[in-house]
Design a protein around this ligand. Structure first.
Ligand SMILES: C[S@@+](CC[C@H](N)C(=O)[O-])C[C@H]1O[C@@H](n2cnc3c(N)ncnc32)[C@H](O)[C@@H]1O
Length: 513
């Protein structure tokens, strides 16, 4: 039957189908444009770089990183801790300290030793694969810049930093029973470290970064994979890796989490307690790990060299252990964020003298920060490529074309920050270096570089603490990188769908000279 409303309905349905078909057949220009934006650039870079480095492990990390991240709840001791703990326990969350104790006991009883950070065969295979990959990258890159091989750059010895990171696996072994003097003596004449005698390059010397200024004029062409390069400058330095003892968990730090693969992953929004402050602080479990690695003691004088927005400093304060914590950041607006956050979590933060004495704010470039007294503990949570953010968000993305120079300088700036941290810590004190990147360049590579520079430039020696055994207690909470994803010096929290924390790299160093 003829019916005007039927005609109208049919017309609408037809237009809808046409629109849908058009939509299917052709991606809208605005979407196409977006696919070349910074977050896609980051994703492409990571696919190429991490894909070749971590093999099929990268696929699952990638999947996790594109999903919503998981967080833990750090209970605020200045709120209403008992009530908050009860609420979170009722939702199925567990106390991290208890989970760790259970796991540690399990490992002790069954005498489980943690997987070695890198098995030699795997390291060899990885090294070969990567060397091949880098060689190809270099050839492609150089031929795209200098098509007819004329005006080739002098430095054909430019190597990708990732190459070095893998090669070193074969060169450096930890000798827990050696004295520092043994290692010092050996470090000076270790011929085995020479990779290419004709170039006089050693694995360590390859850690030298080519200053970003040397890239002048090449910025447009430097590929993502070849952008960190090295100059050959010999001279070895002592490199000692010692096993770290069991984790000492601060009595007053209360962290709640859901176990791995648990269906529940989120907590209710933090809310104000009767005391006026929020009941808990949500944060990545990897960040808690960085604070735990500091091994805080009562009365410690602590420096948080790159502190804003203050999450880790707040966790350190929740242990109730440090006497003084200096929160430093180069950015004024970000320092203001720490202060806002402390007002939200610490009672009478603005008015009490107690806080004024205990929490000091500084706005200094961490590379030139100075202090007369020395610190017992220094946290260096450096600016990095913030991998998860870079893959997900175009805003303020370090992969933006106008930030290329800044990005290329990241490892250089990270190692300068770490060298200064090693200068600022007392002999016997601890430095924790951390990033939220999977990049071995920004992680082990920077630690290596900084140790070398600290020794050569300032005569400083620090040992690396191998925390693989210490971290065994986290096995039911988060995933630590193993095999191809295991750093040699630090620990890497790798994102996984069931335990979507990280990436977080944490390396503990103790200054011995
Ligand atoms: C990864 S964030 C630190 C996060 C912080 N530790 C936390 O847990 O909330 C790195 C910080 O380093 C700061 N920064 C960058 N360059 C710096 C420098 N040269 N000296 C000191 N801070 C710097 C940035 O402003 C940024 O706030």
């Amino acid at each position: 039957m003829f019916n005007i409303s039927n005609i109208y309905k049919n017309t609408c349905v037809t237009s809808y189908l046409v629109l849908q078909a058009r939509h299917k057949s052709k991606t809208h220009w605005s979407k196409l444009k977006k696919k070349t934006g910074p977050k896609y650039k980051a994703l492409n870079h990571f696919d190429e770089f991490y894909g070749s480095l971590f093999g099929n492990k990268w696929e699952s990390m990638r999947e996790a990183m594109l999903r919503r991240s998981k967080y833990v709840a750090v209970i605020n001791n200045y709120g209403d801790p008992e009530k908050t703990i009860e609420e979170l326990t009722n939702r199925g969350a567990h106390c991290l300290k208890n989970l760790i104790s259970i796991q540690q006991e399990f490992h002790r009883q069954y005498n489980i030793t943690p997987e070695p950070t890198q098995v030699p065969a795997e390291a060899d295979a990885q090294s070969d694969k990567l060397a091949e990959y880098i060689e190809k990258q270099q050839t492609d890159e150089i031929s795209s810049i200098y098509p007819k091989t004329d005006n080739k750059p002098e430095k054909l010895d430019m190597r990708d930093d990732e190459d070095i990171v893998v090669k070193k696996v074969k060169d450096e072994i930890s000798y827990p029973n050696r004295t520092l003097e043994d290692s010092l003596a050996e470090a000076k004449i270790d011929e085995s470290r020479i990779i290419d005698p004709s170039l006089g390059m050693t694995s360590e010397s390859l850690y030298q970064f080519l200053p970003a200024t040397k890239l002048k004029g090449m910025d447009e062409w430097v590929s993502e994979s070849v952008h960190y390069s090295y100059l050959s400058k010999g001279k070895d330095f002592p490199l000692v890796i010692e096993p770290e003892g069991p984790l000492s968990y601060p009595e007053h730090l209360k962290v709640f989490t859901y176990e791995m693969d648990s269906e529940a992953t989120t907590f209710p929004e933090p809310k104000r307690c009767q005391t006026g402050v929020f009941n808990y602080y949500p944060m990545d479990c990897g960040s808690v790990l960085a604070v735990l690695a500091l091994g805080l003691h009562p009365g410690d004088r602590v420096l948080d060299l790159c502190s804003a927005p203050g999450g880790k400093a707040l966790v350190a304060l929740q242990t109730l252990l440090p006497d003084v914590i200096v929160c430093n950041d180069i950015s004024l607006s970000r320092l203001n964020r720490i202060q806002r956050s402390f007002r939200d979590y610490l009672i009478d933060f603005e008015t009490s003298n107690k806080w004024r004495e205990r929490v000091v704010f500084k706005r200094v470039d961490g590379r030139v920060f100075t202090d007369d007294q020395g610190f017992d503990k220094v946290l260096v949570d450096v600016p990095c490529t913030t991998d998860r953010h870079s893959m997900m968000d175009d805003e303020n993305n370090i992969f933006r074309p106008d930030r290329i120079k800044e990005r290329l300088r990241i490892p250089e700036m990270q190692s300068q920050l770490l060298v200064n941290a090693l200068r600022l810590v007392k002999v016997g004190g601890t430095v924790v270096y951390s990033t939220c990147s999977l990049s071995p360049v920004q992680n082990d590579g920077v630690v290596h570089m900084a140790l070398k520079q600290a020794f050569e430039g300032h005569g400083l020696v620090a040992t690396i603490k191998d925390m693989s055994s210490t971290m065994s207690g986290f096995a039911s909470t988060l995933v630590l990188g193993t095999g191809s994803a295991a750093p040699k010096y630090g620990q890497l929290v790798t994102p996984s769908v069931g335990a979507n924390f990280g990436p977080s790299y944490i390396c503990k160093l103790v200054r011995v000279r």
